[in-house]
Design a protein. Structure first.
Length: 202
């Protein structure tokens, strides 16, 4: 990033979110596509798997997350079995992912909360629409906007965007976000800036 880009980013970051020029977003998308191509990843249709994998990804790297997830799935054949197992067994299975004491309790609490609807399924979420689906996911123990967005986008292809510290840092440098904005505001800003179907591009 040049010094000029940094100055432009600071000026644009000071603008109200609605005033970030659409042309600037189009130029950013075009430049990203030129450098990296347009990402393609069809929705995989496994919302509980996405939810649990995202919980496992917290405070660790992708490799450790994947090892923890695979060990969990090898140890337990169904999500019901994960929910009903002694917490120590879940903790042991996911230990390579780090903070397994916290994550094991959280995973079981999430699966229990989902089950309160009558069955352990999130397949109904697309029919609810993005806002209702997001609100439901965020009502689950320990689930925030980023995790909810991962489930909606990657499992179903719904219009939501995960915003983490990396996305927020780059977005601020590009002048897309107001400096000091909280994560809810950052998520809302990204949704305003991103046309449906382009969620993977920014």
């Amino acid at each position: 990033m040049t010094a000029e880009d940094d100055v432009v980013g600071r000026i644009l970051a000071a603008l109200p979110p609605a005033r970030v020029p659409a042309a600037r977003v189009r130029r950013i998308r075009a430049r990203l596509a030129e450098l990296y191509g347009v990402p393609r990843m069809p929705p995989h249709g496994h919302p509980i798997a996405e939810l649990i994998c995202t919980v496992l990804s917290q405070s660790t790297n992708d490799r450790n997350r994947d090892v923890a997830y695979l060990r969990l799935r090898e140890r337990f054949e169904t999500w019901e079995a994960v929910r009903d197992a002694p917490v120590e067994e879940v903790e042991e299975a996911i230990r390579p992912g780090g903070i397994s004491k916290v994550k094991s309790v959280r995973i079981q609490a999430i699966l229990e909360a989902i089950s309160e609807r009558g069955e352990l399924s999130l397949d109904w979420l697309p029919g609810a629409g993005v806002d209702e689906a997001r609100d439901y996911l965020c009502s689950l123990p320990g689930v925030g906007r980023k995790t909810a967005a991962c489930v909606l986008l990657f499992a179903f292809g719904m219009h939501d965007i995960p915003v983490d510290t990396h996305v927020s840092r780059v977005g601020w440098r590009l002048g897309l976000f107001r400096e000091g904005a909280g994560f809810d505001e950052l998520h809302d800003a990204m949704l305003r800036l991103t046309p449906p179907g382009a969620e993977l591009e920014l």
